[in-house]
Write a protein that binds this ligand. Structure first.
Ligand code: BYC
Length: 333
């Protein structure tokens, strides 16, 4: 039986495993059959899925913070209702993902402990502040846009529970992206001050959204394994390029400029080329020194501590119901 208390940052290669089982596993993956929780799987496959799915879940949960910051200050009731629904969706995505990871033998409690102890990552993007209402537009357009680009291929992930969770998540993300772009359209076609807000938000969110796709292919630790296992279908750089190609024309349609003097279109390939990403900033944010890392973890830790009584009450309630059901069964026998 698989034991809990994983080191989620462990990138270890498979321990010596039965070559025949490994070969059968890979044949199944290559045939596009889904791997289900009770199927045999290499330990490294299980570990990498727990790492990726739990980090994905944590990103959804921490991602509620920068957006939640604007619920009370949304400029209209319509915008407030839309943002409330979006933040609520993020909580739901976190739950589907924690549930998918639990099928691999780790408890949600352990995953949350790893997040709070700083052993598990969440997406770098959520360590940036939301300074104006336009940031809600830019997050929907760019951050959810990047998320969709990365997550649509995950609907075909080889691990069944993750793939199925992603189908529903992607449907909701697509609504989120449109909600964001609509805010950007409204601001960009509004007063000069509103257009300036939209431009300022694009200036601040563009580079961090490119970093969401992870390190360059040369630096990526896990891509080779996860592509062989058909967890990932595209490399970090390929997805980043798809996102850039889709997003630059959308920004130009808004009449906005990108904060990159080197951005240009290759007329032969049709691809947009950006300047160099500042990977030192990415590494700093991952190491815990982004603009909001401490604030995000403090808010999460406090919410977790404040919610202890709810978890205890829910457990006590579940215990009582189980006892009552057991007593009723005994009486009926
Ligand atoms: N931020 O070998 P690599 C959302 C880490 S939720 C932080 O390329 P991999 C949304 C990586 O974990 C967005 N860490 O890794 C929610 C690894 O470190 P460890 C989240 C990052 O896994 C609410 C190391 O760098 N989406 O969109 O092959 C509202 C080496 O990287 C980042 C997902 O989680 C990063 N940006 O590829 C709105 C999608 N990038 O674990 C929106 C699922 C890399 O060895 N995840 N690292 O300590 C994935 O697709 C992949 O995990 C990644 C990274 C593409 C992110």
């Amino acid at each position: 039986m698989y034991t809990q208390g994983l080191n989620v940052t462990d990138t270890g290669k498979p321990a010596a495993e039965d070559p025949a089982k490994l070969a059968r596993f890979q044949v199944k993956v290559d045939a596009e059959d889904k791997i289900e929780p009770n199927d045999w799987m290499p330990e490294a496959y299980r570990r990498t899925l727990v790492r990726q799915i739990s980090q994905h879940a944590h990103s959804e949960i921490i991602g509620m913070q920068p957006e939640g910051n604007w619920i009370t200050r949304a400029p209209s009731l319509r915008r407030k209702a839309g943002l409330l629904a979006k933040v609520q969706d993020e909580a739901g995505h976190g739950l589907y993902l924690y549930a998918a990871a639990e099928t691999l033998g780790i408890s949600r409690e352990d995953m949350v402990e790893q997040l709070i102890a700083g052993k598990a990552k969440y997406s770098s993007i959520f360590n940036y502040p939301t300074l104006s209402w336009a940031d809600i537009g830019a997050i929907g357009w760019l951050v959810d846009g990047a998320a969709i680009m990365n997550q649509i291929p995950l609907c075909r992930c080889s691990f069944g529970p993750y793939a199925r969770a992603m189908i529903r998540i992607c449907k909701e993300e697509s609504f989120h992206q449109r909600q964001g772009y609509e805010i950007m359209v409204t601001l960009s076609t509004g007063t000069p001050q509103q257009k300036a807000m939209a431009q300022d938000a694009l200036n601040r969110w563009w580079w961090p959204s490119l970093m969401m796709f992870g390190p360059s292919d040369k630096e990526s630790l896990h891509t080779a394994d996860t592509m062989q296992w058909k967890i990932k279908r595209f490399s970090n750089d390929d997805l980043r390029q798809k996102f850039i190609d889709a997003t630059v024309p959308q920004g130009h349609h808004l009449g906005l400029t990108f904060p990159d003097p080197e951005l240009k279109r290759d007329e032969t390939t049709g691809h947009w080329h950006t300047g160099e990403i500042d990977w030192s900033e990415f590494k700093r944010v991952l190491a815990g020194d982004g603009p909001c890392n401490r604030q995000r973890m403090k808010a999460k830790t406090e919410a977790h501590e404040d919610g202890a009584w709810v978890r205890e009450a829910a457990l006590a309630h579940a215990r009582k119901r189980a006892e009552r059901a057991a007593a009723a069964r005994m009486a009926a026998e």
